[in-house]
Design a protein around this ligand. Structure first.
Ligand code: ATP
Ligand code: LTN
Length: 328
């Protein structure tokens, strides 16, 4: 039976190989035998202040990147979150069924909320909007990186809670889908924290549109250890283990085989080869991106996605409002 798949990426620029290996790569694979819906979550992006011009540009950049990595808008629904009013509509209903206690335990909120009193409400309720994104489309599967595990659990909890109150088939209870390899790519300059779009140092990440020379510089300078052995050991050798994961994910060669191939070699030679593997993998994405970003097809695809997503969302909202007793 085909399953319904939903996921989203924030249009915040700097989409990196962590986003690709943790999420976007799965988006493409799942299209083969599922009904997929992929969203550019622009309403999530404004939980922290954004320059309007830059945001608008980033929305189209992100949509073009989806397509450049292989998301096919004729098979999957590709659309912009704010083009579908159902997301905010459902988020309110879910907010009335979410607890402030469970939201204050979300680690992403705790990380970004340094100044308690002036943290925007949106930052606090962000995971509820994410739950609305997912539940609005009766999604079965949500492909994401490991950092989203807690948000998926919350989505499931809210769905079950509402089903218990208003009827078992009000919402489909979704499952997260995390890859074994690539679900958590670490920062190149600090392998103890995850690779992030928002980290200050550009050398911490490899963006999908980086030039080969930039890729090489970031990898050659990446933090490793001093024992000189190319061996996977995430606990004691997080830097080299992260590089092995990246190498393996891009080349398809298992990490154990890479260990064997590089036995006795120095980190320098290994890093040089890795830089080539990554740059070669990114080259076709970059070419295809440049073409798609300028094409009319991009705007047409998003318009078509908007219509298809709204049709699905309206059906769910009608059902949910009926169950809850909203409207006439
Ligand atoms: P930031 O790092 O600034 O918090 P982000 O990259 O986590 O932003 P999104 O654009 O919403 O934010 O993430 C898109 C997808 O990429 C999500 O599924 C997320 O789990 C995944 N992802 C993000 N960072 C990594 C990473 N380092 N490794 C693997 N997957 C990741
Ligand atoms: N919260 C996610 C982005 C996101 C998402 C979603 C992912 C918003 N809505 C729905 C999957 C499904 C993040 O910060 N990475």
């Amino acid at each position: 039976m085909t399953k319904r798949v939903f996921s989203g990426v924030q249009p915040t620029g700097n989409i990196h190989i962590g986003n690709y290996l943790g999420a976007l790569k799965q988006f493409v694979q799942l299209q083969e035998d599922n009904e997929c819906i992929y969203c550019i979550v622009d309403m999530h992006a404004i939980t922290l202040p954004k320059d309007p011009k830059e945001l608008r540009k980033n929305i189209l950049d992100t949509a073009a990147l989806y397509m450049a990595v292989g998301v096919d808008p004729s098979r999957s629904v590709v659309f912009v979150q704010s083009d579908v009013p159902g997301h905010a509509d459902l988020a309110w209903i879910l907010m009335c069924n979410a607890y402030t206690g469970e939201l204050s335990r979300m680690t992403q909120f705790k990380d970004k909320n340094r100044d308690n009193e002036s943290a925007p409400m949106g930052l606090f309720s962000y995971p509820v909007l994410m739950a609305a994104d997912i539940l609005l489309y009766d999604s079965d599967i949500v492909p994401v990186g490991n950092d989203q595990k807690q948000h998926i659990e919350l989505t499931r909890d809210i769905a079950v809670r509402i089903n218990n109150k208003y009827g078992k088939d009000t919402f489909v209870v979704p499952d997260g889908r995390f890859l074994k390899e690539g679900a958590r790519i670490m920062a190149l300059d600090d392998p103890m924290s995850k690779m992030s779009k928002s980290a200050e140092s550009a050398l911490s990440r490899i963006s999908l549109l980086d030039e080969a020379a930039t890729v090489k510089k970031a990898i050659m300078r990446s933090t490793t250890d001093s024992d000189g052995e190319i061996r996977f050991d995430a606990e004691n050798k997080p830097g080299i283990s992260n590089l092995l994961t990246i190498y393996s994910a891009f080349s398809g060669v298992p990490a154990t085989e890479l260990e064997r191939r590089y036995r006795g070699e120095g980190y320098g030679a290994f890093k040089k080869d890795l830089a080539e593997v990554v740059a070669e993998s990114l080259a076709p994405i970059k070419r295809s991106y440049a073409e798609i970003r300028q094409s009319e097809e991009l705007i047409r695809a998003l318009k078509d996605g908007e219509e298809r997503a709204n049709a699905l969302a309206e059906k769910t909202m009608k059902r949910v409002k009926e169950r809850i007793g909203l409207g006439r």
